[in-house]
Design a binder for this molecule. Structure first.
Ligand code: HEC
Length: 658
């Protein structure tokens, strides 16, 4: 009581007191409910972060709405206060933290001496004993390292990893050779960065101009790619009531063009931000999330366009790929992967079944600049396991779509699994390779498909050159005919209505990355030998619900075998195979291969490994003990080659010791 009296009397002289007079309960609210976690002045305490900068970006209504729902999963409770108390509390927070139009919080500015004799002045984004990260007045990020005499030198990346797949071809092959067979045994983690309050990262980091971008649902971190130090962080709340993969809280990556970064929100909006400070530049709603659309993939930049699809393939969206102006977010073209009745392909759907025909486009496509064609993969038709009401091939589900980059016009397509009832999305990377085919240089597109077959196409014409099973266990098709159509096996239904199908639901392989190595002529990917028992049921589409139309269970007493598989692309023959332990829970670790003859991959029991690209012998292992959900990448920073991967909720960047 005495305390409060004295504060009130003080109040008549200071700004704090003025506000207290207007909002007499706000301070008490804060003391009673918030300060034990956020500290008396909101700058952080034992159980809560500094909220000064976070309040700054929210207006009053937004702040009230946030406090009502909190973020309990991250330790921030919900406060459903009566309106007068809430407005008093919010008013008090404004006294603690005045609004500054969303601009940067309290700035620390420094001037440093550079090794070349010049000085550099700017806002300090982060600082360590031997390094500093600065935003200079030209709004550029400078990554600095201290020299022996206490001055600084500027560092950056010499080789970037500038897109989800590293480049437009989708081939995760690198020409970097610093890490090779002779020294890979000494590879060790150089830094890690943990993303707080998420369950898993599925992201492939992108590195441009020394900065690494790491994304999770509705948030992105910019890091110094040489040390993992944070430069900026953008975050907004996740969408409540979302269905589909994005509701699990992950995002597979960002795209960069010039000064801009592009990413999808969980609710299928495309956003553009300034890549140096995370400032939002524009936002376009691609589709209505209430109709089950959601966003998880990394967009692809082609010239002045940003191209993206959406997720929602197990929730019965009507799929599409669309292109947006990088400068404004304005839609330029849209290709629907499920045509309407009367349009070409519309006859491959019975009645109105195409309205929720899915064929979602939930991974990143690839691009050939000479042909100016974009190759986009499409997913399963819906409902996944029940095709009874959608007689026909169900175009353009489970396809590779070759689209003109400027117009979105369909140049050619190939459907791997017509009338799919096993969830065999064609979302595996469509890898573009220029190599000799039967003695002639040829522009190829190769893909190890989820249906268990490996395919080679001429990517200019779409002509199928090779289709060959890469699984030992494959029972759904006898062969692929001259036109590329699978000749089906009669799969007999078991007495309980189930059918036994190989490969199973997660496929012979899946969306994680693959790599063709021109040095060995081999194509590397993770294969899964696994069968399932499928059963179907009738299902009506509903907003906010899944649209699978059945269930799947493991075939009893059958082992699953996950392996890193190398196939000779000329014949489709398996050159070598590296079976992994513990395939009970198949993981999603992708691969990269190097010109120095290595293949890096997330091994199924939790290690990150390097194998000899010519024979599959394991040369290095790091026991990360993670359930892999992403694909690795590589880059050169300050003349050192890094191999980085998302592991659990962290990024680990490996390099050779100095
Ligand atoms: C039990 C501890 C706890 C209490 C009590 C608590 N908070 Fe929090 N708060 C947290 C944590 C932890 C976070 C960080 C959550 C995150 O990063 O997602 C947080 C985050 C926030 C944020 C940042 C939101 C954003 O945009 O990221 C604000 C604002 C906030 N709290 C305000 C308050 C206010 C006002 C009160 C009192 C009414 C309060 N908190 C009470 C733990 C607490």
């Amino acid at each position: 009581m005495i305390m409060r009296m004295s504060l009130l009397s003080l109040g008549f002289v200071g700004a704090l007191g003025m506000a207290l007079a207007q909002a007499p309960n706000g301070r008490q609210q804060f003391e009673a409910r918030c300060s034990r976690c956020h500290g008396g002045d909101a700058t952080g305490g034992e159980s809560g972060p500094n909220i000064v900068a976070r309040i700054d970006g929210r207006n009053d209504a937004d702040l009230g709405a946030f406090l009502r729902i909190g973020r309990p999963s991250a330790g921030m409770p919900a406060f459903d206060l009566p309106a007068p108390e809430m407005s008093a509390l919010v008013a008090y927070l404004r006294v603690l933290v005045p609004v500054s139009n969303g601009g940067p919080p309290a700035e620390v500015r420094k001037t440093v001496q550079m090794a070349d004799g010049k000085t550099l002045e700017g806002r300090v984004l982060n600082e360590g004993m031997a390094e500093m990260q600065m935003l200079t007045n030209d709004r550029r990020i400078r990554l600095l390292r201290k020299t022996a005499d206490g001055r600084y030198r500027q560092v950056t990346s010499e080789t970037d990893w500038s897109t989800y797949h590293g480049d437009a071809s989708g081939n995760r092959f690198t020409k970097l050779t610093q890490i090779d067979k002779s020294n890979v045994a000494r590879l060790a983690p150089k830094w890690t960065f943990s993303v707080p309050n998420i369950t898993q990262l599925q992201n492939t980091p992108v590195v441009v101009g020394g900065v690494m971008y790491v994304s999770s649902a509705n948030e992105v971190y910019a890091l110094d790619a040489g040390s993992g130090r944070q430069l900026w962080h953008y975050q907004r709340d996740r969408t409540k009531g979302l269905v589909g993969n994005a509701s699990g809280g992950f995002n597979r990556g960002v795209a960069i063009s010039g000064d801009r970064l592009f990413m999808l929100t969980d609710n299928a909006h495309l956003m553009s931000m300034n890549r140096f400070n995370g400032e939002l530049l524009w936002e376009t709603e691609m589709a209505d999330w209430r109709q089950n659309y959601n966003g998880t993939s990394a967009p692809l930049v082609v010239g002045n366009l940003v191209i993206s699809g959406t997720a929602g393939g197990d929730e019965g969206v009507r799929g599409f790929v669309a292109a947006y102006e990088a400068a404004t977010g304005k839609e330029v073209w849209r290709f629907w992967t499920v045509p309407k009745p009367g349009e070409p392909g519309g006859e491959t759907w019975k009645g109105k079944s195409g309205d929720h025909g899915a064929a979602a486009t939930w991974m990143t496509g690839t691009y050939d600049p000479q042909l100016d064609l974009v190759y986009w993969p499409s997913g399963n038709p819906g409902p996944d396991f029940n095709g009874d009401n959608r007689d026909g091939d169900n175009l353009y589900s489970d396809c590779i779509l070759a689209l003109e980059a400027k117009t979105g016009k369909l140049k050619w397509y190939f459907q791997f699994t017509p009338h799919d009832i096993h969830d065999w999305d064609a979302e595996e990377p469509p890898v573009l390779v220029d190599t000799n085919w039967q003695g002639q240089p040829r522009k190829l597109l190769i893909q190890a498909n989820r249906n268990g077959l490996f395919y080679v196409f001429d990517r200019a014409s779409g002509q199928l050159l090779l289709a060959k099973a890469f699984l030992k266990k494959l029972n759904w098709a006898k062969e692929i005919d001259k036109k590329g159509r699978p000749v089906l096996n009669e799969l007999k239904e078991l007495p309980n209505g189930e059918s036994y199908v190989c490969p199973g639901i997660t496929g012979g392989t899946n969306w994680y990355s693959t790599s063709f190595n021109p040095g060995t002529g081999l194509y590397y990917f993770q294969a899964l030998e696994r069968c399932n028992l499928f059963s179907k049921r009738d299902m009506e589409w509903e907003a906010g619900k899944g649209f699978m139309g059945g269930t799947v269970r493991p075939a009893p007493d059958e082992p699953y075998v996950k392996s890193l598989r190398a196939i000779d692309i000329r014949t489709g023959a398996i050159a070598w195979d590296l079976p992994q332990a513990d395939a009970r829970f198949p993981r999603s670790g992708g691969v990269i291969s190097t010109a120095s003859g290595l293949v890096f991959f997330g091994e199924n029991s939790g290690s990150f490994m390097a194998a000899d690209a010519s024979n599959g012998k394991v040369l290095w292992e790091f026991a990360a003990n993670q359930a892999w959900r992403s694909s690795p990448m590589t880059y050169m920073f300050d003349h050192r080659q890094y191999i980085a991967t998302a592991a659990g909720t962290s990024i680990i960047a490996f390099a050779l010791p100095e």
